[in-house]
Structures are given as structure tokens and as C-alpha cells.
Design a protein around this ligand. Structure first.
Ligand SMILES: Cc1ncc(COP(=O)(O)O)c(C=O)c1O
Length: 469
């Protein structure tokens, strides 16, 4: 393809994109493809001869689109949303067009400096103290890995990268049972070992870590000659929105000198609204915090905001400077590749800039508030139905429920209900387990969802449940 043919195709793709987003609500949310259908529709060998863009585009529509689950559907109430607002898609288009590799300041000063500024806009939005500095990671998993590597290096007096972990006292890291599996993976990759990830019991309606149990676990480890190194807190866990009592857990961390990382991948966006900050009192005392603008806030995937009280610890852990990466005579500049595991970096700050300018912070806050209010209204309606039980209460816009039927195996009944709802296609939900019991999750957070979309879930859920055999 020649660049002078690009604009025609670009317009066609733009038209297609606009039409897709305007009509996506008419499609079934979850893909209806059978396993192997897309694989079998793709030739097993690559083409030797060039093919026309017209044919490629037609196959995109015929082969790819039927196999897509529509994450931008206004009634996508499963998992956590991965929103792609219109301005962030435009910014991503531009970032793809110029395709800079933003590993160092000098490899694209605009990208680095915009990243600094955008992360500071978000810091102000969250009302974190001025000392916090931010970096955009590709995912919350990467931010958590970076934090775990940092806590490991601090605990090993900065010798782990050099000497490895062999012969060291085992390091201990604490979290609740409700954290995302990205924490386990970070522990594996950092060489700390799953057996040294201590699951502290939870208590209370927020399903948060019991700080007294945390204190006792640290003391037991000290008595056993192990080395407590870090604490990973959860604010808005994936299953039920579980949230640790941040201030009380940080008291314990400070008492024992633990490095602290807070995973607020989903719920962090809502913290732009001051009225929800009671969920993370004392957050300014954490060492590291991550939230994903690529989830609820509306930034096209991927874009994970990682804030650090002392970025020097992270840079000391991850920076490596072969001669070809040195930027001689440029002291004082930031090379963000020293803040993350991958060297190569995309220009992700651009889509944050487009998003925050297009809607303004108040516009973004209003969307989040709407989602939470509508989700809670739906919760109230379902709670009033005698054959439904709310299992966990709304945490922001997430809550869980079960359908009840006398004499039925409720796990089986509710799994069949989720399957039937998703086969129906008007809405999309997922299940999780709470204390071993299968429950259905509801969360609202799609960028374009409306009150009617959320309320439609009531009719779909109750009708399908009552028609189940
Ligand atoms: C609470 C929580 N933490 C971390 C993650 C992982 O996020 P990412 O896909 O950005 O690594 C998720 C994903 O849903 C999550 O819900």
C-alpha cells in the first residue's frame, strides 16, 4: 500500500468506526462463534502475492467481527470495562501514525514531557500530594511487578539484581485473599515464591484485610527468622470490589518498615470524585499506587497510571544504562524506560491528553457518578425481588447476587442463569465465587452506557431467571 492511498482508507475506517460505535448496542454483546471458527477461516499459510485492501477489509468484517465480544457495548456489565472513548481512539490513531518509540526523553521529548504533565494532572485529580510522581505502564500487572521488584531490592539492600536470591533469607509479602492474580505472578517473576506471599484473613463488609491479623502474621514471620518486605493492598478487587482498610494496614506497614503498593486498577478512576475517597483513607502514605485509566476512565487500552512517592527507588531497581541508551549532557531529564520493565514505550500520554481536554475533569467525574448511581438503583430493584439475594453490597458500581429457587442446586442454577443471559446477548455478565459460593457479578462502567441500558438488566435478569428449567 502506498501512503498516497492511505487517506481514502483512513476515511473508510473512520466511517466504519463511527458507525460501529453508534450501532454496537444492536449486536449481541458476547461473541457467538464456535471455538475454531475464526482459526479455520484463516488460511493456514501466508499469502505469497499481495492482496487488495478491499479484500482484506471485507474479510475483516466477515471473519473477524463475528468473533468479537463487544467491549464497547453499552450493556457490557461483565469483568471490568475497557473503555475506548472517541477522543482517545483518535489520539491512538495519531500515535500509531507517528509511531514514536518513547523509551528516552530524546527519542521523543514531547511524549516524555506530556507523560510528566498528564500524570501530574491525574495526581491532582486524585488529590495525591505533590511529591508523588507518575509513570504510564502498559498494564496494572506491570506496575505491580515493578513495585514488587522495588520492594525486593529495598529489602535486599539493593543487592538482589546483582547477587540473585540464592542464600537470602526468604522475603515475605502480605496481601488478602481478594487481590488480583497479577500479584501472584509478580511474586513468581520476582523470585520471591508463592509460598512467601502471605494471605492475611479478611473481615467486614468490604471484604478487606484484617489489620490485626496482618500485624500477627508479620510478627510470626519475624519470630521465624523470615524477612517481612512488602504489603500489597487491594482497593476495588476484581471479584466483589473488596477493599482493604488502607490507613490501618499502612499503620502496620510503617511499624515494620514494609514497602506498600496499592492496586486500585479499576476503582482508582472513581477516586477522581472526592465523595468516594473514604474508600482509601491515608492513601498518601502508600509508596506505590496503580490505577488503570484504560478501564473505567475512558482511555483506549493500554494505559496504566502508576504513582510513586519516591520514584528513585523504582529507578534504582530498574534503570540500566548501556552506552547506547545514555543521554549525555542531559542531566535532569526523565527517561521513562528506567521506570518500567519493558524498554520500548508507546506514546500513551497523548490519549490521556485528548480525553481530559475533551470532557474536562468534571465531565469524567459525572460519568463515574452516573454509573455508580444507576448501578445502585438497579441493585435496589433486584434486592426487592423475593427470589433474588444480594450477596455482596455495592462497592462503587459493583455488586453480586444470586437467584434463589427452593430445592435447587444454587451454584448450578446460577451458572445456568449466567450462561442463558449471555446466550441471549442483550447484556453480558460474569460469575465469581464468594466464600466458595457461585454468584453473579454486576458492574456498570461502559463509557456510553445510559440509565436505560442499566435498567434493562433488571428485565433481562428476572425474565431469563424465571424461565429457566
Ligand atoms: C483489581 C485488578 N488489578 C489488576 C488487574 C490487572 O490489570 P491489567 O490487565 O492492566 O494488568 C485487574 C484486571 O481486571 C484488576 O481487576
Amino acid at each position: 500500500m502506498k501512503w498516497n492511498e492511505f487517506a481514502d482508507w483512513g476515511r473508510r475506517v473512520a466511517d466504519w468506526t463511527q458507525d460501529y460505535h453508534l450501532t454496537v448496542g444492536d449486536r449481541p454483546v458476547r461473541a457467538r462463534t464456535e471455538p475454531g471458527a475464526v482459526l479455520n477461516a484463516l488460511p493456514p499459510v501466508p499469502p505469497e502475492a499481495p492482496e487488495a485492501m478491499e479484500d482484506i477489509f471485507r474479510d475483516f468484517e466477515d471473519i473477524v467481527m463475528p468473533g468479537i465480544t463487544h467491549w464497547q457495548h453499552p450493556r457490557f456489565f461483565a469483568y471490568f470495562n475497557s473503555n475506548a472513548s472517541a477522543p482517545s481512539v483518535l489520539a491512538e490513531f495519531l500515535a500509531s501514525a507517528i509511531a514514536p518509540q518513547c523509551m528516552l526523553w530524546q527519542t521523543s521529548p514531547a511524549a516524555t514531557e506530556m507523560e510528566t504533565r498528564m500524570m501530574d494532572w491525574l495526581r491532582q485529580g486524585l488529590d495525591l500530594p505533590e511529591g508523588f510522581a507518575g509513570v504510564i505502564q502498559d498494564s496494572a500487572s506491570s506496575a505491580t511487578l515493578a513495585a514488587v521488584l522495588t520492594l525486593r531490592e529495598k529489602a535486599l539492600d539493593w543487592q538482589g539484581n546483582r547477587q540473585g536470591l540464592f542464600g537470602q533469607r526468604p522475603l515475605r509479602v502480605y496481601c488478602s485473599s481478594e487481590v488480583h492474580t497479577s500479584v501472584d505472578r509478580a511474586i513468581w517473576v520476582a523470585g520471591i515464591g508463592q509460598d512467601n506471599l502471605v494471605r492475611v484473613p479478611i473481615k467486614g463488609g468490604w471484604r478487606g484485610m484484617d489489620p490485626d491479623a496482618l500485624d500477627a502474621a508479620v510478627q510470626a514471620d519475624l519470630a521465624a527468622g523470615l524477612q517481612p518486605a512488602g504489603l500489597i493492598l487491594c482497593v476495588g478487587g476484581t471479584g466483589t470490589g473488596a477493599t482493604d482498610p488502607v490507613d490501618r494496614c499502612l499503620d502496620v506497614a510503617e511499624k515494620y518498615g514494609l514497602y506498600t503498593h496499592v492496586d486500585a486498577a479499576w476503582a482508582g478512576s472513581a477516586m477522581l470524585c472526592p465523595e468516594f475517597r473514604y474508600y482509601w483513607p491515608g492513601i498518601e502514605r502508600a509508596d506505590s499506587i496503580v490505577f488503570n485509566p484504560h478501564k473505567w476512565l475512558g482511555v483506549q487500552f493500554d494505559c496504566s497510571a502508576h504513582f510513586l512517592k519516591n520514584p528513585d527507588d523504582l529507578v534504582r531497581t530498574l534503570a540500566i544504562q548501556p552506552e547506547y541508551l545514555k543521554t549525555h549532557g542531559r542531566d535532569g531529564i526523565i527517561n521513562y524506560s528506567e521506570w518500567s520493565v519493558p524498554l520500548g514505550r508507546r506514546f500513551r500520554a497523548l490519549k490521556l491528553w485528548f480525553l481530559m481536554r475533551t470532557y474536562g475533569m468534571e465531565g469524567l467525574r459525572q460519568r463515574l457518578r452516573n454509573h455508580i448511581a444507576w448501578s445502585q438503583a438497579l441493585h435496589d430493584r433486584l434486592a426487592a425481588e423475593p427470589d433474588f439475594e444480594i450477596v455482596t453490597p455495592p462497592m462503587w458500581s459493583l455488586w453480586t447476587f444470586r437467584y434463589l429457587r427452593e430445592g435447587a442446586d444454587l451454584d448450578d442454577l446460577n451458572q445456568r442463569l449466567v450462561n442463558a443471559i449471555n446466550d441471549d446477548g442483550r447484556i453480558y455478565l460474569t460469575q465469581t465465587r464468594v466464600d466458595g459460593v457461585l454468584v453473579i457479578r454486576f458492574q456498570a462502567g461502559q463509557f456510553e452506557t445510559t440509565e436505560d441500558d442499566v435498567m434493562m438488566a433488571h428485565d433481562v435478569i428476572t425474565q431469563i431467571a424465571r424461565s429457566l428449567n
